[in-house]
Design a protein around this ligand. Structure first.
Ligand SMILES: Cc1cc2nc3c(=O)[nH]c(=O)nc-3n(C[C@H](O)[C@H](O)[C@H](O)COP(=O)(O)OP(=O)(O)OC[C@H]3O[C@@H](n4cnc5c(N)ncnc54)[C@H](O)[C@@H]3O)c2cc1C
Ligand code: FES
Length: 421
């Protein structure tokens, strides 16, 4: 793990010193001038100095204090949010400063779970605005699927909930991901979180409140009932303090005599395009939409927004599981009738592509082992070297992919190929 040393700190300090000297000079001369004009100039200059200092600090933190590979963090606090969701506040074990990140990004964890033959790789979105002292993730315990009660419960999420305690050390990759917002922009933002998909939206809304509280934000949080409601008090407080934030909490199955409309939730229905049309102004299609939630909800909303006339470039979404939302962007060329051959050189296997599987699915179905973590193009675990040929990405990967390689979990062949697998 390598910490990158700030390189422009000296320039920044020199610049700041120059400004302070100018300020001091102004201070001296102003005693002589003692005019209202000088006071106004002072205030303006001070504002500029502080703005410049803030901007420089933000840029420095973002670009220069990141790290390669895994870095050790310890669990500083473990805070239950509901019976199934717990927040983990993580501080760097080396005590070096934390980088800033783009609200909406996630952390990748390497979990050494007792009894497991190899570390498990899992991604969790940052659920708070960037803070210099900690990262926060909020994790939902994944039980066995309702239709498979005998299947083992979620490995990574249960490890966090049941085995990781305050003070424990954990391996973490630097924040990453293409799903994020610039909180300082002025364009209205529509933030839509379904279930645990709330987490990146919390990071976004908290960052907007800190950086640009005047920005128009339409916040939609969809869940079944109050027993699943995460960070409700916090959301109600920021909506009360910031009139530009319109909070809409949608319970699809409110509990009788427990959940009260107006107090706990705003709408007794699912989030839908219909609801947007009823609530938002005519020109809402000019906003930027950010979605994270269960794949069926996201698919319905992405299709509905396109149908409503929202441009593709204004719709941003992230899947927490296997990448199952069909891309809203330009589709790769039709593959009907193609029969690309995919060769895995080390396993000495040649397979004819079925026209729909990802390279990871193709490998798995034919006994070729490729390690994976998120299966959504985010964590980088499935990276596979391409010896010959090209790939397409029907779902855009979460980060840049190094030249000559592909993320097998989201890649499909675009020609005959030879892979190092
Ligand atoms: C970019 C990104 C951000 C994310 N952010 C968050 C976040 O903020 N908060 C959050 O809670 N999650 C988040 N996730 C999801 C998270 O990464 C994990 O996918 C999730 O916690 C489940 O992992 P797990 O190890 O607990 O479950 P897994 O062990 O991967 O199991 C998943 C499910 O499969 C079931 N299962 C296991 N074995 C079998 C079997 N043999 N047969 C049938 N079913 C089986 C399990 O019971 C479980 O329900 C994010 C994912 C991504 C990609
Ligand atoms: S498994 Fe995470 S990027 Fe492919």
């Amino acid at each position: 793990m390598e910490i990158l040393i700030p390189i422009s700190a000296a320039c920044f300090l020199a610049g700041l010193t120059a400004y302070v000297v100018i300020l001091a000079f102004r201070e001296l001369t102003s005693t002589r001038l003692a005019s209202a004009t000088a006071t106004v100039e002072h205030a303006f200059l001070r504002e500029q100095v502080s703005e410049l200092a803030e901007r420089r600090q933000r840029e420095q933190q973002k670009s220069e204090r990141t790290w390669d590979g895994f870095r050790k963090f310890f669990v500083a606090r473990k805070v239950p949010e509901t019976s199934d969701v717990t927040s983990f506040y993580l501080e760097p074990h080396d005590k070096a400063p934390l980088p800033s990140f783009n609200p909406g990004q996630y952390l990748t964890f390497r979990l050494n779970i007792p009894g497991q033959p190899k570390p498990a790789i899992r991604c969790y979105s940052l659920s708070d605005a960037p803070k210099p002292e900690y990262f926060r993730v909020s994790i939902k315990r994944q039980g066995s699927p309702p239709n498979k009660p005998d299947a083992p419960p979620g490995l990574g999420s249960c490890y966090f909930h049941d085995q990781l305690d305050e003070g424990d050390i954990i391996d973490v990759r630097a924040p990453a991901g293409q799903f994020f917002i610039d909180p300082r922009e002025e364009t209205p933002a529509v933030l839509i979180g379904g279930g645990i998909g709330l987490t990146p939206m919390m990071s976004m809304v908290n960052a907007i409140v800190e950086a640009n509280p005047q920005r128009e934000v339409w916040f939609f949080y969809g869940l079944r009932h109050g027993g699943e409601h995460v960070m409700g008090d916090h959301l109600r407080r920021i909506a009360a303090d910031n009139p530009s934030i319109q909070l809409n909490v949608c319970y699809s199955a409110p509990r009788a005599n427990v959940d009260r409309q107006g107090e706990h939730y705003t709408h007794g229905e699912q989030i839908s395009i219909d609801l947007f049309k009823r609530l938002m102004p005519q020109n809402a299609a000019l906003a930027h939409f950010f979605l994270c939630g269960p794949p069926p909800m996201m698919q319905a909303l992405v299709d509905g927004l396109l149908g409503w006339g929202v441009e593709v470039g204004r719709i941003h979404y992230e899947a927490f599981g296997p990448a199952s939302v069909k891309s809203a962007g330009p589709k790769p060329e039709a593959k009907a009738g193609v029969a690309y051959e995919v060769a895995f050189s080390r396993s000495e296997k040649k397979i004819v592509w079925d026209g729909k599987s990802t390279l990871l699915e193709l490998a798995e179905a034919n006994g070729v082992r490729i390690d994976f973590g998120c299966r959504a193009g985010n964590c980088g675990t499935c990276i596979t070297a391409i010896k010959q040929g090209n790939v397409d990405y029907p779902t855009k990967p979460g980060g840049a992919v190094e030249a000559g390689s592909c993320l097998a979990c989201v890649a499909i062949p675009a020609s005959n190929m030879v892979l190092d697998g």
